[in-house]
Design a protein around this ligand. Structure first.
Ligand code: CP
Length: 304
């Protein structure tokens, strides 16, 4: 793989995704020295548990050291330092940069200021490409892959960046059908359904979850993204739009697999967690191996 930076899922190729799926599988459960002597900076200017900690775990498991900003309030961003200056500074310390930022497009902006390996760990409601790769890895392990499967997204499809990034990857494969299930106010942006249309992939948009359950192979549940709403009142109108309970799961196929990027609030009840259909916490573990694959190979392409 020749790639050194990843700021969107839009320019990933099928060959790259297939390669990364194989790499993640081969790194499963391993500790290596692929990044011995390298420093990984995790620059998180928006809250995170999984993405930051799984990147840091991945870096440690590859033998790298980690420096981090876990809270923008503790960095000079809070004094008004620009993104450009922040990146110019961090690249002087680190060999690889992982950044989460609240502003859509900030990752694409950041790579103007560094040629070093760079990974977008989420830019506002726009993209979360490493999440979409670990989701794809999970779909492969849990359901045998995307081809021929009916894949449904449920919840906040307007602000859910993981939905946007995963839709790009679905377009590299041949799903039987994609179903977007959301309240009308939180529909997936038209740009993504247009992409499916252009690729000749069948899709449907609906607000009705229960009637769709029997035809779904992979159901991707999402949280209503409270932090993206203009007001608390707007959020409260949407909160609780969909709640996946064990009774809902039983409306689906036995082979159904439920994914969620997490964190969840109230959209999957705890009684679902012990059902075979729930892959959410296996998905979390897969994130470490996919991020190991990304750190290793972006670094290898740059430092040759
Ligand atoms: N899935 C995900 O991005 O989780 P965090 O916000 O905790 O990193």
């Amino acid at each position: 793989m020749n790639r050194t930076q990843l700021f969107t899922s839009a320019d990933l190729t099928r060959e790259e995704v297939d390669f990364l799926l194989e790499e993640a599988e081969s790194l499963r459960g391993k500790n290596t020295e692929d990044l011995k002597g390298k420093v990984v900076a995790t620059l998180f200017l928006e809250p995170s548990t999984r993405t930051r900690l799984s990147f840091e775990t991945a870096a440690h498991r590859l033998g790298a050291s980690v420096i981090t900003i876990a809270d923008p309030k503790t960095s000079s961003v809070s004094k008004g330092e620009t993104l450009a200056d922040t990146i110019r500074v961090v690249e002087k310390y680190a060999d690889i940069i992982v950044m989460r930022h609240p502003t859509p497009g900030s990752a694409e902006e950041a790579v103007k200021y560094t040629k070093k390996p760079f990974l977008n760990a989420g830019d506002g409601p726009n993209q979360h490409p490493t999440q979409s790769l670990l989701d794809t890895y999970t779909i492969k392990r849990e359901a045998g892959g995307i081809d021929g499967k009916t894949i449904a997204f449920v919840g906040d499809l307007k602000y859910g960046r993981t939905v946007h990034s995963l839709t790009y990857i679905l377009c590299l494969y041949k799903p039987a059908k994609v179903i977007y299930i959301s309240p009308p106010e939180l529909k997936v942006p038209e740009k993504y359904t247009q992409m499916l249309k252009d690729k000749g992939i069948e899709f449907e948009e609906t607000a009705d979850l229960d009637s769709k359950m029997p035809e779904i192979d992979v159901l991707y549940m999402t949280r209503i993204q409270q932090e993206r709403f203009e007001s608390e009142a707007e959020y409260l109108k949407m909160k609780g739009s969909y709640v996946m309970t064990s009774a809902t799961v039983k409306l689906g196929k036995k082979s159904l697999r439920i994914l969620h990027p997490l964190p969840r609030v109230d959209e999957i009840t705890p009684d679902v967690d012990d059902m075979e259909q729930s892959a959410c916490f296996r998905q979390v573990e897969n994130g470490v191996y996919m991020r190991m694959a990304l750190l290793k190979n972006l670094s290898k392409a740059y430092y040759k």
